[in-house]
Write a protein that binds this ligand. Structure first.
Ligand code: SAM
Length: 215
């Protein structure tokens, strides 16, 4: 099968050892080759990563998944907070980003697939297909996704979480001007029992805020 130009660039990136270069440059190149999948020109800031993890009771988190780690900003923050023995499941669809996360965190198993497949990934990790996760941290660019993909991922996330589990994701203020960003905001209360919006994180490019939802 012929590779698309985006896939060709990804193969070249993997062969040339992209991991040796700066995560910001890597991120930008991946954005240019697959803008709808990466959804941002730069990795999130440490300030956004901290806001994502705020108010979590990490002592009670036994199993957590991260969707779309990109270059691993949230992964690093997550690993610095989880208890020893907590299961950390990482799903990253882009092979170049997945290679970068593997390089940075060799102790983690990275599942190179789409977040919609979380049930299968949980089973591979020895968890039940449904209700086995305490929390999901999402770095996915939902405002760049079509409606059907937003629904597929949110539905799969809700099934994978235990009752009372947490789904945390972020959005850019500019995304609220996009129809897909507004549709995403409007559909969260249909999937989750509670939905809260954090204060803004201005020290991020672009400025963002966090949705913190519970099942
Ligand atoms: C906006 S970037 C965020 C990266 C990182 N979390 C951060 O905040 O810097 C989105 C990431 O989600 C990944 N991604 C996009 N669609 C995905 C999907 N359906 N399943 C898993 N990962 C996906 C992209 O490859 C990219 O690494």
């Amino acid at each position: 099968m012929r590779e698309s130009s985006g896939q060709l660039k990804q193969s070249r990136e993997l062969r040339s050892g992209a991991a040796q270069r700066s995560p910001a440059a890597l991120f930008l190149r991946q954005f240019l080759s697959a803008p709808g999948q990466i959804g941002a020109i730069a990795p999130s800031s440490i300030h956004l990563a901290r806001r994502m993890m705020e108010n979590f009771d990490f002592e009670s988190v036994r199993a957590v998944a991260e969707f779309g780690p990109g270059a691993g900003v949230f992964t690093q923050e997550l690993l610095s907070r989880v208890q020893p023995g907590t299961k950390v499941i990482i799903i990253e669809k882009n092979p170049v980003m997945a290679a970068e996360v593997r390089r940075r965190f060799p102790q983690l198993q990275i599942h190179e697939t789409s977040a919609e497949d979380i049930a299968d990934v949980c089973v591979k990790e020895g968890l039940p297909a449904q209700g086995g996760l305490d929390a999901i941290i999402s770095g996915l660019p939902f405002a760049a996704f079509p409606d059907s993909l937003q629904d597929a991922i949110l539905g799969a996330a809700v099934s994978a979480l235990r009752p009372g589990g947490w789904f945390v994701t972020f959005a850019y203020y500019q995304g609220l001007a996009l129809p897909a960003g507004r549709r995403f905001a409007a559909k969260l209360p249909r999937y989750f029992r509670t939905v809260e919006r954090s204060r803004g994180v201005l020290r991020n490019l672009p400025p963002a805020f966090v949705y913190r939802c519970s099942t």
